[in-house]
Ligand binder design. Sequence first.
Ligand SMILES: [Zn+2]
Length: 325
Amino acid sequence: MFSKFILNTSFLFFVLTTFAQTDTGQKVNTVLIKVSDNIYMLKGNGGNIGLSFGGDGIFMIDDQYTDGIEQIQEDIKKKSDKPVRFLVNTHFHGDHTGGNAAMAQTGTVIFSQENVRNRLEEILRREKKKIPMESLPIVTFSEDLTFHFNGEKIYVFHVHNAHTDGDAMVYFTDSNVLHTGDVFFNGKYPFIDIENGGSLRGCIEGLKKAMLLINEDTKIIPGHGDVGTYKDLQNAMDMLTIIYKRVFANYMNKKTEDEVAKMTDLTKEYDDKGYGSGFIKTEAFLRMVYKSVAAERKPIEDNAEKNRQAREKMMKEQKEEKEKN
Ligand SMILES: [Zn+2]
């Protein structure tokens, strides 16, 4: 659902430079943006792609949609005739993994956190023709892994239950560039895929983890939006923390999701800065935060209810015991 949403709104970005016709007749526009000496961000219809060009070849992060991958492959070829040797998927969503099969066909080895492969396998089982078998990452990891490539260490690490349950961030240690995947939408409210293991608390923790690695000079490629800075990441983390606290307080005050969705004062200072002008509007964001708080509270509330029932049962038994005597 979210992928379709991006696809539609992406037609607004027609100022971009390259146009191509795909087999479905859809126009795809892409632009390659220099981030550091040899790291580039490729912006197109889907999630931002990260690329490292160098003597060892090309290292790639995410590959957008199936429609448009030929254009992306051509753009890469224009920059370097070396092969794309490795590709890391930051998570399973179709606007980040749609080009996997086409990349695999050219010999690229695809890596991801293990839950990305699990989710893609699930889609394969459910909707047979939706994605080809070759889309599956063939190397998976649980926590982290390091590539030694193009003269630097590339550190790939999992952040737990953030945008989904399989998110990975990629840090180019010498170039000092971080790709965050969709855990960070620069200057906009993010999408949190609660149904697929995402959580607001996980997003906040994930951003905190990233901030331990990077510094004030780091350039950040977000899942969506423009290249950002340390400060931008910090602003996103602060925004999520503040709105989480406000929605949490209302949840504890027994406000319903519909009531919270209408409380525009909870997000006002961020709405004024344009946070609600991206894919996720203010109301949708408030509902998402509410759902995330509710999901987090559920086991606690279930246990409290079990305790209450046990206490009542005990009191009833004691009363019956007294009446007998
Ligand atoms: Zn996503």
